[in-house]
Design a protein around this ligand. Structure first.
Ligand code: PMP
Length: 401
């Protein structure tokens, strides 16, 4: 019978997380899922987010009425300002709507490219966040891969990337991660982004930026969005999927935006408004309208000067702790003279680093040492703290010897 189906493949990251949850060992360490944990190992609530949450809960105007299809306008405008800057936002060239987190923003970005702009193929980095690979065919796009990370040099393979994108067809989508590349933590420098922008412009590709970690790479909002702004300054139309899961710690509230910035205004046409209506039409057929609670919190934090300052400062603390744990891990490995390349642990950005272990070494980390990292040896640095960093280094030393 057609109902007698095989099980769908398990999500490679969430499956490891589940295995961790089922491990009764007090030694178990979770460095799989990309959520920030504080020095005590707890999922973190930003102080500004807590303040906003409490004030919203106490508000007499809080209700459960539907939001419009395009979501909370105040969140969308704050997000667009964060991405493009006030000038570009106010120039009327941006369409932005609030979505069900970064994941739906990505689906909508791909859907717009495929159904409205007529793209046929989407180019995804090698390696990538696995969900990119899964989403592309779901939006009726053919999947292509471009070289991104050089496993031998532990750095971005810019020449490979440019060569592969140079072969893309006019109108193809190229999916780019704006900062803190998942899984490698290796980002392009600004001058490398300019070279990618040249290729995108020459070949008339449709760039879709996935930005799930704004400010979490460098600790600076503007620096982390330099890729997008480089493209916009060059006059390239861009689509951006923005997530507030990580930089506001709103994971289960599902807050994000999808936006399009067009370079030229066509006389007599309101292209940005038309794009907004196309995106709204896609939303209507997908989930109708987004949930409000987390968006109200995010918009309040970003729209209130005091809360915003508190938030930006606190992310800098978070980035500082991640940087410190990167140094600690590298130091623990080098001190033990563990064979391998560990410099890139402090040279990459954001929460992730690819350790460069084999699949069986990763398995040994899990089975023998109760340390849960993904099969490609991606480790979430934010899962490390003073209580477990030496234990993790010791386990790496044991599996590579
Ligand atoms: N893109 C990347 C690269 C991510 O790592 C994530 C979260 N793991 C997302 C998008 C989307 O996250 P969310 O749906 O929670 O916004």
């Amino acid at each position: 019978s057609k109902w007698d189906v095989l099980a769908a493949p398990r999500d490679p990251i969430l499956a490891i997380h589940q295995a961790y949850q089922q491990d009764p060992s007090p030694l178990a360490v979770n460095v799989s899922v990309g959520a920030y944990r504080d020095a005590g190992g707890n999922v973190h609530e930003f102080r500004a987010v807590r303040d906003a949450r409490l004030s919203i809960a106490a508000s007499s105007t809080y209700d459960h009425a539907y939001l419009p299809i395009s979501g909370l306008e105040h969140l969308a405008s704050q997000s667009a300002r964060l991405i493009y800057g006030d000038d570009v936002f106010e120039s009327g060239r941006v369409a932005c709507l609030h979505t069900v987190s970064g994941s739906c923003a990505l689906r909508l970005a791909l859907s717009l490219a495929s159904r409205v702009l007529g793209a046929e193929e989407a180019h995804v980095s090698l390696p990538a966040w696995p969900n990119h690979v899964q989403m592309v065919p779901m939006e009726a796009l053919k999947l292509a891969r471009y070289r991104y990370y050089d496993y031998d040099r532990h750095a971005v393979d810019i020449d490979g990337m440019l060569a592969d994108l140079g072969k893309a067809k006019r109108g193809d989508v190229v999916l780019l991660q704006a900062c803190a590349h998942n899984p490698s933590g290796a980002d392009l420098k600004e001058r490398e982004w300019r070279r990618v922008a040249d290729v995108v412009q020459q070949r008339r590709l449709v760039p879709v930026f996935d930005m799930a970690y704004q400010e979490l790479a460098s600790g600076d909002m503007e620096e982390d969005v330099c890729a997008v702004r480089t493209f916009v300054r060059k006059g390239i139309n861009v689509i951006v999927a923005q997530s507030f899961s990580k930089n506001l710690g709103l994971y289960n509230s599902r807050v994000g935006t999808v936006s399009v910035c067009v370079a030229d205004k066509v006389p007599g046409r309101d292209t940005a408004t038309n794009l907004l209506s196309q995106l709204s039409w896609l939303v209507r057929g997908m989930y109708s309208s987004p949930p409000a609670h987390g968006a109200l919190i995010a918009a309040k934090v970003m729209g209130d000067d005091t809360l915003r300052a508190k938030w930006l400062l606190e992310i800098k603390e978070v980035v500082g702790r991640i940087g410190k744990m990167r140094e600690r891990l590298r130091d623990e490995l080098e001190r033990r003279k563990v064979a391998g390349h560990w410099k890139h642990i402090t040279q990459t950005k954001g929460m992730f680093v690819l350790l460069g272990l084999t699949y069986s070494q990763v398995e040994r980390m899990r089975v023998l040492h109760h340390i849960y990292l993904t099969g490609n040896s991606r480790i979430n640095i934010a899962g490390l703290n003073e209580n477990n960093v030496a234990q993790v280094a010791e386990a790496i030393a044991e599996v590579v010897q």
